[in-house]
Ligand binder design. Structure first.
Ligand code: ASP
Ligand code: MG
Length: 427
C-alpha cells in the first residue's frame, strides 16, 4: 500500500484510562502533544478490567453466579464516564452505548457452556474490556475533534489459537490497507488493543498485555512513521521501579536488546511487539503519560555502548522436573516427548536445564495446564514439581549485580550464558 505520510500510532494501556482524571489527561496529551498528521489510537481495557472479566468468566464457567462482580464492573465504567462528562452535557449516547455493551456481555455470559472450550469462551467474554474502553474513549475524544471508532476484529485476522492467537499477516495487511486510509482521512482512528478475529467472525485475544502488539500490527501494516507507547513510567527502565529501587532509564536502545528483555519478562513491552516494528524499521517510543514532555526511550535500529544490567522478575513460576523411570539417560527421544506434551498443554518454557537422568523446565504456573501436562507424562517419567517460585533474570550482568540479587535467596536452579544470568528461587 501507499505510505500514509507522517502516520503515528499511539498505544494507551489500562493505567492511562483507569479513571476520569486519567482519561482527561489522555485527551490532553492527544490535543497538546499529538501529531498534526494522521493518528491511530489503540487502547486497552480500563484499569484492572481484564482481571475482573477473567474472574467473572471463571465464575460463569464454574456454573456460579457472577452478578455482584458484573455489577461492580458496570458501576466502575459508569462512574468513570460520569467523572469525565456528566450526563446533562448531551452525552446520553455514551451511557447508552456502554449500557448496550454490558447487555451484550450479560447475554454472552448466559451462553457460557460448561462443557465447551474454556479458552475459546474466555476470548468471547474477556474481550469486552477493550470493546468498552475503545467505544467510550472514541466518544469522549470526539469532544475535541473528528474521531472514527474502529472495531479491529474483522481486520486483524488470526488463527483459532484462543488466548494467544497467531496473526495471519497477508489477510490482515490486506484488510488494513483497504480500510484504514479512508478512515484516517476522516479523523483520528480509535481502536482496541488485544483483539483479533477468526475467518468466521469469532473474537480472539492476542495474549495478556497484548495491546502493544496490536499497535505494532497496525503500524507494520500501515508502514507508520512511529509508534508511541504511553506508560506510567519514564520510559524503558533497567528494572520495575515498583520492585527495585534506584532504576535507570535507557534513553536509546536497540530492537534486539529490547526483544530479549521483553522475552525474559520485563513487563514494559509485550514481547511480540518488537519484531513487526524491527522488520519495517519503525521506531518505538516509550513515554510517560504523567510527564508527556519528557524524553522517554527511543527503541530503534542503533548501536550503543554496554548497557546497565537489567533486572527482570517473573513471579508465580513452577519448576517441573522429569526423570526417566529406569535411570536411563534423558535422550533426544525423551525430550521430544516432553516438548510435545508442553506444547499440547500450552506451557511456555522460561528456562530449561538437563542432567544425566532428569530434565527441568521453569514455566508460568497454571494449575489446569500443569495438571494436563502431568497427566500426559506420568506414565513415562517420574515427575517432581515446585510452585510459588520466582525467576530472576539479569541481562548484561556483572559480578556486583549477581551478588546483589542472589543475596539471602535459596536458588533451585541457576544458569549463566555470555550476557544473561538466570535463577529460580523460592518465594
Ligand atoms: N487488557 C489486556 C490485559 O490486561 C490487554 C492489555 O492490557 O494490553 O491483558
Ligand atoms: Mg493491561
Amino acid at each position: 500500500m501507499e505510505k500514509i505520510q507522517g502516520l503515528q500510532v499511539y498505544k494507551f494501556g489500562g493505567a492511562s484510562v483507569k479513571d476520569a482524571a486519567a482519561i482527561l489527561n489522555l485527551c490532553r496529551i492527544v490535543r497538546d502533544f499529538g501529531p498534526q498528521g494522521p493518528l491511530v489510537i489503540v487502547v486497552s481495557a480500563m484499569g484492572k478490567t481484564t482481571n475482573a472479566l477473567e474472574e467473572i468468566f471463571q465464575l460463569a464457567y464454574a456454573g456460579k453466579s457472577c452478578q455482584s462482580q458484573l455489577a461492580a464492573l458496570r458501576k466502575y465504567h459508569f462512574d468513570t464516564i460520569a467523572g469525565v462528562i456528566p450526563i446533562s452535557f448531551g452525552s446520553e449516547h455514551v451511557y447508552d452505548e456502554t449500557e448496550a455493551l454490558f447487555k451484550e456481555l450479560e447475554s454472552r455470559l448466559k451462553q457460557v457452556d460448561l462443557n465447551g472450550n474454556f479458552d475459546e469462551q474466555y476470548d468471547q467474554v474477556v474481550s469486552f474490556g477493550e470493546l468498552l474502553a475503545s467505544r467510550v474513549l472514541a466518544l469522549l475524544l470526539a469532544w475535541y475533534g473528528p474521531v472514527h471508532y474502529l472495531d479491529c476484529r474483522p481486520l486483524i485476522r488470526t488463527d483459532e489459537n484462543w488466548r494467544d492467537a497467531g496473526v495471519k499477516w497477508p489477510e490482515t495487511e490486506r484488510n488494513i490497507a483497504e480500510t484504514l486510509p479512508l478512515l484516517l482521512a476522516k479523523g483520528i482512528v480509535v481502536t482496541q488493543g488485544f483483539l483479533g478475529g477468526t475467518a468466521d467472525g469469532r473474537t480472539t485475544t492476542l495474549g495478556r498485555e497484548g495491546s502493544d502488539y496490536t499497535a505494532a500490527i497496525l503500524a507494520y501494516c500501515l508502514r507508520a512513521e512511529s509508534v508511541t507507547i504511553w506508560k506510567d513510567v519514564a520510559g524503558l527502565l533497567n528494572a520495575d521501579p515498583k520492585i527495585f529501587p534506584d532504576t535507570v532509564r535507557y534513553p536509546e536502545i536497540s530492537y534486539r536488546e529490547t526483544i530479549e528483555m521483553a522475552y525474559y519478562g520485563a513487563s514494559v513491552i509485550h514481547p511480540k511487539t518488537l519484531k513487526p516494528l524491527a522488520d519495517r524499521n519503525i521506531p518505538l517510543r516509550v513515554k510517560s503519560f504523567l510527564d508527556p514532555a519528557a524524553e522517554g526511550t527511543l527503541i530503534h535500529d542503533c548501536q550503543h555502548p554496554a548497557l546497565a544490567p537489567a533486572f527482570i522478575r517473573k513471579t508465580d513460576q513452577a519448576l517441573l522436573s522429569f526423570a526417566s523411570k529406569d535411570f536411563s539417560f534423558i535422550s533426544e527421544e525423551n525430550m521430544a516427548v516432553i516438548f510435545g506434551a508442553l506444547a499440547q498443554a500450552k506451557l511456555k518454557i522460561n528456562v530449561m536445564q538437563n542432567s544425566a537422568i532428569s530434565f527441568s523446565v521453569c514455566v508460568d504456573y497454571s494449575e489446569r495446564r500443569v495438571h494436563q501436562l502431568l497427566d500426559l507424562l506420568r506414565e513415562q517419567f517420574t515427575l517432581h514439581y515446585n510452585t510459588g517460585l520466582t525467576l530472576f533474570t539479569i541481562k548484561n550482568y556483572d559480578a556486583a549485580s549477581i551478588a546483589r540479587l542472589t543475596a539471602g535467596k535459596r536458588l533451585l536452579l541457576e544458569q549463566r550464558t555470555r550476557h544473561t544470568f538466570q535463577f529460580v528461587c523460592q518465594g
